[in-house]
Design a protein around this ligand. Structure first.
Ligand code: EPZ
Length: 421
């Protein structure tokens, strides 16, 4: 685990172009989808991230042959030699739970470690488990593992999900592609990553309709075949760099992405005084000519304001004119960036799920540390705007979700460097 740090000297308005990478949260389920077929799945535009490396290691120990060349991954689950996803791999990346549905659907069994919680919340997986039970799997939870059996295969069912869950929707959608008959996922998540996964599965021969709406219908098929799929652009990275332009008073063009992926965030940034316009290659973001205006924000499942951009918008609002009430409705403990921002001079008070941000004229650099990948990048944004030097510790969080962060920001004028521990 890298103990390197990121050093930033703030106060430089960013100008230039940033290429947005493929979405981490699309690439992870897409990689797991290779388990559903004994033919090759080729993915392009795969981001170079440590979470992708973790999923590669996990699939490798299931027996998947993975050949990579830059952003191109060829995954071949010809034979699945091991249906156990061990604790030491799953605990490092919760998204490992995404192999559960495909393993059960393809082999009739799986033993996957319960992911456990993380810094932002307890993050249960009951919706994944109950959904698979409704598809006919027999599941025991013993010794910290999910033991799933479906020796006769899975049978389609109507599954009403009690909460909108992104990876539960993905897990059950993948499992249902090989179930006998029809499955409907009701109260499904609607994220673009789910549409991207459905598009890839359909290219592999699945019969999925309704992805992107709250009801997804999957008609089971005998088997899936090879396909090639390009990973959708990362909307969280897009939103993050759009906010980098705003907080530094600069202007950035973000390419290989689309403003449609961040419609709600774009609306918030426009209310704050920024301008965002679609361009040939993606979008252009200009900071307000007046001080950033305070805007109230509530995180919600897509198409609402993304919880993965909550920490970042809080950094922006910490230097707004006026105030901003930010309410986190998805996770129960996602304000750990608040004390770190306050150490940089932000004026934020938290009451339960809401943080009141009273804008200050400017932040001052400090040594800070983060607890998850989105809180880390929030501190980078704050450092880019702060007067003086900011040192962000625990850089390994950043490397999970942001490809070439220093290079992308440095190319636009940021004074940012990685320093070895
Ligand atoms: C996905 O996590 C993302 N991860 C998260 O991104 C993102 O924050 C989250 O969706 C919400 O958008 C990936 O896609 C790999 P959920 P996921 O299931 O699927 C509760 C990042 O920074 N819940 O949509 O785990 C849960 O506790 C990460 O890239 C249950 O109660 O999130 C939460 O309160 C962080 N039971 C709510 O639902 C379940 O079985 C939404 O969680 C599942 C979820």
């Amino acid at each position: 685990m890298s103990l390197a740090k990121i050093r930033i000297v703030g106060g430089v308005p960013l100008h230039g172009q940033i290429r947005i990478s493929g979405a981490k949260n699309a690439a992870l389920p897409l990689m797991a989808a290779c388990l559903l077929t004994d033919q090759k799945l080729t993915l392009t535009n795969v981001p170079k991230l440590s979470d992708i490396q973790s999923m590669t290691l996990l699939l490798d120990q299931h027996g998947v042959q993975i050949d990579t060349e830059q952003d191109r991954f060829e995954l071949w689950a010809k034979d699945i030699t091991n249906t156990v996803a061990p604790y030491d791999l799953v605990r490092k990346m919760r998204a490992s739970i995404l192999v559960l549905g495909p393993l059960v659907a393809r082999t009739g069994q799986a033993k996957v470690s319960l992911p456990g919680g993380c810094s932002i919340g307890t993050r249960p997986v009951d919706i994944h488990i109950n959904g698979l039970r409704q598809l006919g799997a027999h599941i025991d939870l013993t010794e910290g593992y999910i033991h799933a059996q479906a020796p006769q295969g899975l049978t389609g069912a109507d599954i009403t999900m009690p909460l909108i869950s992104v990876t539960a929707t993905e897990n059950l959608m993948m499992a249902a592609t090989l179930a006998r008959g029809k499955t409907r996922l009701i109260n499904a998540a609607r994220e673009p990553e789910i549409i991207d996964l459905a598009n890839c599965l359909n290219a592999m021969g699945a019969q999925i309709t309704g992805a992107g709406t709250d009801t997804i219908t999957i008609q089971g098929v005998e088997g899936l075949h090879s396909a090639q799929h390009c990973v959708v652009a990362d909307r969280i990275e897009t939103g993050t760099y759009a906010m980098a332009a705003v907080i530094t008073g600069g202007e950035l063009e973000l390419t290989h992405t689309s403003v449609d992926l961040i419609a709600q965030v774009a609306g918030t940034l426009k209310q704050a005084g920024a301008s965002l316009e679609a361009t040939e290659q993606g979008l252009r973001v200009r900071a307000p000519t007046i001080p950033i205006q305070g805007v109230d924000i509530m995180t919600e499942p897509y198409p609402g304001f993304a919880t993965d951009l909550q920490a970042q918008i809080m950094a922006v609002m910490s230097v707004c004119q006026g105030a901003s009430m930010i309410t986190e409705t998805i996770f129960e403990n996602r304000f750990m960036h608040v004390p770190e921002l306050c150490r940089m001079g932000a004026h934020i008070t938290v009451h339960n799920a809401s943080a009141l941000v009273r804008g200050v004229k400017s932040l001052s650099g400090a040594e800070v540390m983060a607890t998850d990948l989105r809180a880390s990048v929030c501190l980078v944004l704050a450092g880019l705007a702060a007067q003086g030097e900011t040192i962000v510790n625990r850089v390994y969080h950043l490397d999970r979700g942001y490809e070439n962060l220093e290079q992308k920001l440095g190319a636009c004028g940021a004074m940012i460097e990685r320093i070895a521990a």
